[in-house]
Design a protein around this ligand. Structure first.
Ligand code: DGY
Length: 446
């Protein structure tokens, strides 16, 4: 692996890409270097000291601009921990650390290295395609990617089959952490529908690193650990988990990210000449893309998560309501409604895009997924807006993100009104989001 101690400007000029001379980008590269471990990047050294599933490929996308070797290694390390079932776990505990709860002993998945037992939004195929497209030698990059594409095909199969055993086209998540928006207001009703059977307040470590008001409540933790215990009690068997889980929700974010990643996986398979694999993904893609329409809540006039156990939409509109654009799954009327929602959100905050609409009951501008602005989510929302020609809105997200980072550094999330930096510090995917954005702008201008 290429050493991370080489100054970024040297690497950038070595690869002929000079955008890294930008001051914010320099600082971003310093974050990625500091968080680099052997073969993977930790999201934040103290708060999240392991490899996280959807953080890692995003970091790899940023690395692709300056260090393709490390970009590949990041994804190879992630996919090396794939389960036989196809699941790619959401945390890989490469080295022990007592600064994080829940550790491997809570999951009891009996893997080496230890892993959690749930997944996270499957963004890796999209990131891998990007890495290949960025490569100066795309044939060699495609060759190197070939075994990873096989892993990704197995992972997408897992999502489409294990998380949608009825074959509806809508995949479900069995734990809020599978959405990547851990304590979103979206999960309040589904979580409050059952009583926790544990009290883990004294085991939590997150509040040693981050102010308690920016982190989830104790009763939330009791519930999410209850879900882990239940899944563990059925031996992490996919079907048994679907049948017994106290939480089963179709998330607009996961569904949209999967549909977009199917599109990218299909393109990779075609490039590799695997027509049978591409055909399979095409079937999944067209069914799941069409199914996004069923997440349109006509009454709310927005895409919303659907609680399968309760048989109804959740009563909140999140930033994921924009992501069907990213999936390319929206007709003209709904695209217009999304644009209106976006314009409304812009008037409700100074630094868009808040994780949930600020006029939603339960909105909290300082607390993790309950309101703050997340640069990474901004990046993919902007991608979708651009895809539908809403360039001005995409540009606003980019400039808000830039202002946030310039004001408050590379934090995990930010208050949408004051711009205060919140959550973990030295946050890798915030740095990565900015590097990708800066790199793309440079590319467009060159
Ligand atoms: C946490 O511990 O907050 C993580 O986000 C779970 O993935």
């Amino acid at each position: 692996m290429v050493s991370s101690s080489v100054p970024p400007a040297t690497r950038a000029s070595a690869s002929g890409r000079a955008y890294i001379n930008d001051e914010l980008a320099r600082k971003a590269w310093a974050v990625l270097s500091a968080n680099n471990r052997s073969g993977y990047t930790v999201p934040s050294p103290e708060l999240f000291p392991f490899q996280w599933n959807w953080d890692s490929p995003l970091v790899a996308m940023a690395l692709a601009h300056i260090d393709e070797e490390r970009a590949f290694v990041e994804i190879e390390t992630l996919l090396a921990s794939q389960w036989e079932s196809g699941l790619v776990p959401h945390i890989i505990y490469h080295v022990p650390s007592d600064g994080y709860f829940p550790g491997p002993e809570v999951w009891g998945t009996d893997r080496q290295p230890p892993t959690s037992g749930i997944s996270q939004p499957p963004i890796a195929a999209t990131c891998l395609r990007y890495i290949i497209e960025m490569s100066a030698d795309s044939d060699a990059a495609l060759k190197r990617a070939a075994p990873l594409v096989v892993n990704l095909l197995r992972w997408h199969r897992w999502w489409h089959e294990a998380r949608d055993p009825e074959g509806t086209g809508l995949v479900s998540i069995l734990h809020p952490w599978e959405s990547g928006r851990d304590n979103s207001v979206d999960w309040d009703e589904p979580l409050n529908a059952f009583e926790p059977v544990v009290d883990v307040s004294k085991l939590r470590k997150d509040r040693l690193h981050v102010d308690a008001k920016q982190r989830p409540s104790d009763v939330y933790y009791d519930r999410v650990i209850t879900l882990i215990q239940l899944a563990r009690s059925v031996g992490w068997n996919d079907l048994a988990m679907v049948q017994s889980s106290l939480f089963r929700v179709c998330d607009v974010g996961v569904q949209s990210i999967l549909v977009r990643a199917d599109e990218d996986l299909m393109a990779l398979l075609r490039l590799m000449g695997d027509q049978a694999g591409a055909k399979q993904v095409e079937c999944w893609h067209s069914k799941s893309r069409e199914a996004i329409d069923r997440l349109w809540d006509g009454e709310a006039g927005a895409y919303r998560a659907f609680d399968l156990r309760a048989g109804k939409f959740v009563p909140s509109t999140s930033a994921t309501a924009f992501l069907p654009l990213y999936a390319g799954a929206v007709d003209e009327t709904k695209a217009k409604a999304i644009k209106e929602l976006c314009d409304r959100a812009f008037t409700l905050c100074i630094f868009a895009m808040p994780q949930v609409m600020p006029d939603t009951p339960g909105y909290d501008p300082d607390n993790y997924s309950r309101g703050p602005t997340w640069p990474y989510l901004n990046r993919i929302i902007a991608d979708g807006l651009s895809r539908y020609g809403f360039r001005d809105s995409a540009d606003r997200l980019r400039s808000d993100t830039q202002r946030l980072i310039a004001r408050s550094g590379y934090r995990e999330y930010y208050n949408p009104t004051s711009g205060e930096g919140l959550g973990g510090d030295q946050f890798a995917w915030t740095a990565a989001a900015w590097l990708i954005w800066a790199g793309l702008v440079e590319k467009e201008q060159s």
